[in-house]
Design a protein around this ligand. Structure first.
Ligand SMILES: Nc1ncnc2c1ncn2[C@@H]1O[C@H](COP(=O)(O)OP(=O)(O)O)[C@@H](O)[C@H]1O
Ligand SMILES: [Mg+2]
Length: 252
């Protein structure tokens, strides 16, 4: 189980007073969040509360109306495109929609981020990286297979391997277990925890999944009505008297 030690000192993400509205729909209304090196922070919130919007703001796929986003010491909203591209290589995303390419083998899917970022130097090095990440997710035997030959859980693992191949310092997971059966979901949670240790990544994990809260989150932040309503450990949340927190633990 994830421990709730005091967060290590180095802050890798700071989100401050973030505001995002779509017309009259005020989604984020002064959201704050910190991520420290080596920890997994889970952001919990109802469907439509703005969790994916938050993640998109962190990598500037979306520009907030107001607020500040700092990633690895850089002011994300002030970067030029070139600086932003360099920063993004250091951040892995695992979005719900980040599907594998059906016409490519597992190996080709894994090589894709390297090629896109011009990081594939020697052929040997590329193969070594593919071997390493396939091994890390326990799917060394699937190298020559096509996505259609893989189960949902295996695809999710390969998605994780593809995120890891760039050796990101930070990984942003958007609902990593959604759509999987509970047992497969739990395997993915355990894998996230293993990879955090193996690669010393810092992660923000967006989820509703109690297994994520219990097993993988060093800290949980509740996004409610556009703000970070409360933060704490899984034990803190279980013991909380806050009616909004309680609602989550009843209906999750
Ligand atoms: N590009 C967009 N244009 C208009 N509305 C959007 C856009 N992206 C998100 N929204 C709205 O913002 C709210 C939060 O969305 P989202 O962050 O996807 O929720 P979730 O917490 O389920 O991830 C929703 O009401 C959604 O309809
Ligand atoms: Mg979402």
């Amino acid at each position: 189980m994830a421990t709730t030690a005091r967060p290590p000192a180095e802050r890798v993400i700071a989100v401050r007073d973030l505001h995002v509205a779509f017309g009259a729909n005020q989604v984020l209304r002064g959201f704050d969040l910190d991520l420290y090196r080596g920890e997994n922070v889970m952001v919990l919130g109802k469907s439509g509360s703005g969790k994916s919007v938050l993640i998109k703001c962190i990598v500037r796929l979306l520009r907030p109306d107001a607020g500040r986003v700092e990633v690895l010491g850089q002011d994300v909203l002030a970067l030029d495109q070139d600086q932003l591209d360099h920063l993004r290589v250091r951040i892995g995303f695992l979005f719900q929609s980040s599907a594998l390419y059906d016409s490519m083998t597992v190996q080709e899917n894994l090589e894709f981020p390297l090629r896109r970022h011009w990081l594939a130097t020697a052929r040997q090095e590329t193969e070594a990286l593919v071997d390493e990440v396939l091994d890390a997710v326990g799917l060394a035997h699937t190298r020559a297979m096509y996505p259609s030959e893989l189960s949902g859980g295996m695809k999710r693992r390969i998605g994780l391997a593809r995120t890891l191949i760039l050796k990101p310092e930070i990984v942003l997971y958007d609902e990593p277990t959604t759509g999987l059966d509970p047992i497969t979901g739990r395997e993915i949670v355990e894998l996230i925890l293993k990879l955090q240790r193996q690669y010393n990544t810092s992660s923000i994990i967006i989820s509703h999944d109690l297994n994520v809260a219990k097993l993988a989150a060093n800290r949980i932040a509740l996004l409610h009505e556009g703000r970070n309503r409360v933060e704490g450990s899984y034990a803190d949340f279980l013991a909380s008297d806050d009616p909004v927190v309680k609602e989550f633990f009843i209906f999750m």
